[in-house]
Design a protein around this ligand. Structure first.
Ligand SMILES: *[C@@H]1O[C@H](CO)[C@@H](O)[C@H](O)[C@H]1NC(C)=O
Ligand SMILES: *[C@@H]1O[C@H](CO)[C@@H](O)[C@H](O)[C@H]1NC(C)=O
Ligand SMILES: *[C@@H]1O[C@H](CO)[C@@H](O)[C@H](O)[C@H]1NC(C)=O
Length: 421
């Protein structure tokens, strides 16, 4: 039998070659595509920025469920400490407040399916050059923002260029080295709300169909937004929708229907996501959206007794299940993000992802300030009553891992968009 090259007509038998040629090409096409898929930039010059390193190819090819993993001991420890970083809120600066056990600093989250590299400040700065990043939500948003700032500050100096509101509720930093702005917006419901927890009747007012314009009106200038809410919905509140009272949560004496907070949080989230998509989808300049899922608290005893969150080690695998309110809050967030992801696919420049931190945070009962929200709480002996924070996270601490995962998702996006070029 004659061995024929499909692309070169055989001099002695032109007619079968002519017949074979189209078939041969069709057969070759998928093979060529396969080759392209596995070695996409094989033929580009070596200094072409679209060439992926071996490591990047692995990152790109392997989808990873970051929620599936465990905490493992890590000698390396954190990138920063309370001395090297000036932006840690007092109540979370556990080391400076004399927390005696420091073992909680030496753990890293190891996903089962992939590697989660140590946070690289330089990679983050490079990938987000010329961008404005906004953390929007409650004090968990601020907790995560401060972790990110501390890690980035090890590579480049942030300048505080804007500050407004009591208790640092609105702030912006600028990294001149990479022209990156990072802001934090206090908006614990994402929708319009009146916080009344301190004065007058002890409840909040929420307008679930009206976005909070304190951040909404800035969307034009935001390239990446991270939403983080949850705990404020547990407080007593009256809810409004369409100008009417929708109901309330824990409002004895007000004669409104108790409707709990789950549906209300869902509505608030819908309103926020819809607003982002409408405003950024319409003018087409794109935005990356993250939602950090519910961050569990770890009160074991009363909040004002010494041992409210006394653990000094992470839970072992199987020791603690995701259940109850933690699971329900997360489920609502997951459902709402999945729902808008479908629409987002049709809108150019819009990327939406969950930062699913509930489970990995649940496993860290040792990461909260506890009594060390105040400096040296036991300097004069152990007192009968001492306030504990078992909600927020010490910095450095487990919340640094949230930013590690954030950077991995951004890296994957960047690799994917380079492959499309
Ligand atoms: C904080 O980090 C700096 C620089 O790495 C180091 O010199 C200092 O001893 C650290 N402080 C504490 C309290 O660990
Ligand atoms: C700096 O970043 C902002 C976005 O935060 C962008 O609008 C501006 O064009 C950038 N400046 C330069 C010189 O690239
Ligand atoms: C409470 O609300 C119900 C139904 O709206 C109304 O009939 C009733 O008069 C109200 N009671 C008071 C004390 O306002």
């Amino acid at each position: 039998m004659d061995v024929m090259s499909p692309l070169k007509p055989h001099p002695n038998s032109p007619s079968p070659t002519k017949k074979l040629l189209p078939f041969a090409l069709y057969a070759l096409l998928p093979i060529a595509l396969l080759c392209f898929y596995f070695h996409p930039f094989h033929h580009l010059p070596p200094n072409n920025p679209t060439i992926l390193t071996k490591e990047e190819e692995i990152v790109y090819e392997t989808p990873c469920d970051y929620t599936d993993g465990r905490w493992v001991h890590d000698k390396m420890g954190p990138l920063y400490n309370g001395t090297t970083c000036g932006t840690i809120k007092d109540g979370q600066n556990c080391i400076s407040h004399g927390r005696p056990d420091l073992d909680y600093l030496y753990w890293r989250w190891r996903p089962s399916q992939c590697k989660l590299p140590r946070f690289s400040p330089n990679t983050f700065l490079r990938l987000l050059s010329n961008k404005h990043i906004a953390f929007v939500g409650d004090s968990m948003a601020r907790n995560q923002l401060e972790s990110l700032l501390c890690m980035l500050a090890t590579a480049s100096n942030p300048n505080l260029v804007y500050r407004d509101g009591e208790d640092n509720k609105f702030r912006t930093w600028h990294f001149a080295s990479h022209n990156i702005s990072i802001s934090v917006y206090w908006s614990p419901f994402l929708v319009k709300g009146v916080e009344k927890s301190k004065a007058g009747p002890n409840h909040n007012e929420l307008y679930v169909d009206t976005v909070d314009e304190k951040w909404g009106s800035d969307l034009d200038h935001i390239d990446m937004i991270l939403l983080s809410i949850g705990h404020w919905f547990l407080h007593p509140a009256v809810y409004y929708e369409g100008g009417l009272v929708l109901g309330c949560h824990y409002c004895p004496g007000l004669n409104h229907t108790e409707i709990g907070f789950y549906d209300v949080m869902r509505k608030a989230l819908k309103t926020a996501l819809k607003t982002i998509i409408e405003r950024k989808g319409a003018n087409g300049n794109g935005i990356d959206v993250f939602l950090a899922t519910f961050s569990p608290s770890h009160f074991e005893g009363e909040w004002d007794k010494a041992g409210a969150c006394p653990k000094t080690k992470p839970y072992k695998e199987g020791e603690k299940m995701l259940e109850g309110m933690d699971a329900d809050m997360r489920a609502i967030e997951v459902e709402e993000i999945e729902a808008v992801k479908v629409n987002a696919k049709q809108i150019e420049g819009l990327r939406i992802e969950m930062l699913d931190v509930t489970k990995l945070s649940l496993m860290r009962p040792d990461g909260h300030p506890g009594p060390y929200m105040y400096p040296f709480p036991f300097a004069n002996g152990v007192r009968e009553r001492v306030q504990n924070d078992c909600v927020h996270w010490c910095l450095p601490g487990p919340v640094d891992t949230w930013n590690q995962i954030l950077l991995e998702v951004i890296r994957k996006w960047s690799i994917q968009s380079r492959r499309k070029e």
